[in-house]
Design a protein around this ligand. Structure first.
Ligand code: MRU
Length: 341
């Protein structure tokens, strides 16, 4: 379980502690939900979106008064802005908050606005699972029985409400009866691959082999990889894809070795308002993530660091983008737009 709505709080599995500890964190207001997203108790683009939607509901519950007043509207605007400031790259966050705020403004004078907002947040969460299953179904068709898939970061159940995008493709292929093995990049510096992908695939009994990021090229050159499937945090209108740092290197390596490189993502990750990858804001995180492995210091004191959390893979390295409406291929500036018709 990535997250659970209780009716007056949202509970997260603390992804910072996995795989060594399975502990849960309960957020009872929108500020705590903001902190949960910012501190990566919950992470992964679709999971961040759904979490923000529940944070928005909690924010509404904190207000006692007439929503259809200057004070009520200002309160909900500040809740939305606070949650939106938690992380900059995954567009699902802004997509979910826009959807919640639009619902709020549309039903502002109805007597049961809290119920309506709660229903909308639950719809976002349930839809995410259905969408991932559809992505899985389309993506599974691209894999052959016996294939080995390389993935980067964690685009699994933990990065979504359930099932996953890239890992959803693997799950669906296995459900279809195909034998699929996985190589998981450890994903320095935050180790989502080692800590989360390896953990959730092993839990499901999927054959997973962990490698450190710098092994991907060699593993490909040995003919061990048939396809790469990764998730996305934001897909620009031209098909450039922002995803976890290191994804770009994997895409370059895949092209060098003639291996298909697929991105699995819902429509809520596609941002037609951002023309190319150049305009996607890339989050930079604490240097401690590089100078330390977990809590152990591995670099000299005060060394200069650069820690971008995401990179952009140019559209021309991407074989196909797997969505809930099917697989789209270049030219993405045309095919992505058509998905919204
Ligand atoms: O920094 P994170 O862990 O939130 O980054 C997650 C990723 O980059 C995922 O690949 C992406 O969000 C897709 S999740 C279905």
């Amino acid at each position: 379980m990535t997250l659970e709505w209780t009716g007056n709080s949202v509970i997260f599995i603390d992804q910072r502690k996995l795989p060594l500890e399975e502990v849960y964190v309960e957020c009872v207001n929108h500020t705590e939900t903001y902190i949960a997203i910012k501190d990566m108790i919950v992470r992964g683009a679709p999971a961040i979106g759904a979490s923000a939607a529940f944070g928005y509901v909690l924010g509404a519950m904190e207000f006692h008064g007439d929503f259809n007043s200057e004070k009520g509207i200002a309160h909900m605007k500040s809740v939305k802005e606070k949650l939106a400031s938690s992380r900059p790259t995954a567009v699902n966050l802004f997509w979910a908050l826009e959807r919640m705020h639009k619902t709020f403004l549309g039903y502002i004078s109805s007597g049961n606005i809290l119920d309506i907002l709660e229903r909308e947040a639950l719809a976002i969460a349930y839809e995410d699972i259905e969408v991932n299953k559809a992505i899985g179904k389309y993506g599974a068709e691209l894999l052959r029985d016996g294939d080995t898939v390389l993935t980067h970061c964690n685009a699994g159940a933990l990065a979504t409400v359930d099932y996953g995008t890239a890992l959803g493709v693997i799950r669906a292929a296995i459900e279809m009866g195909k034998k699929i093995s996985v190589y998981a990049d450890e994903t320095r510096p935050y180790l989502q691959g080692a800590r989360l992908t390896a953990w959730e695939l092993m839990k499901d009994g999927v054959d997973v082999t962990l490698i450190s990021d710098n092994m991907a090229g060699w593993v490909m050159s040995q003919g061990k990889i048939d396809a790469v499937v990764v998730g996305a945090d934001r897909i620009a209108a031209n098909g450039d894809v922002a995803n976890k740092i290191g994804t770009y290197s994997v895409a370059v390596l895949a092209q060098r070795h003639g291996i298909p490189f697929y991105v699995a993502a819902p429509l809520s990750t596609i941002d037609l308002f951002t023309p190319t990858g150049k305009e996607i804001p890339i989050e930079e995180r604490d240097h401690k993530e590089i100078t330390h492995v977990q809590e152990v210091q591995v670099a000299p004191n005060n060394v200069k660091c650069y820690n971008p959390a995401f990179d952009v893979t140019p559209w021309n390295l991407i074989t196909g983008i797997i969505t809930e409406k099917g697989v789209v291929r270049p030219p993405y500036n045309m095919t992505l737009k058509k998905l919204f018709d």
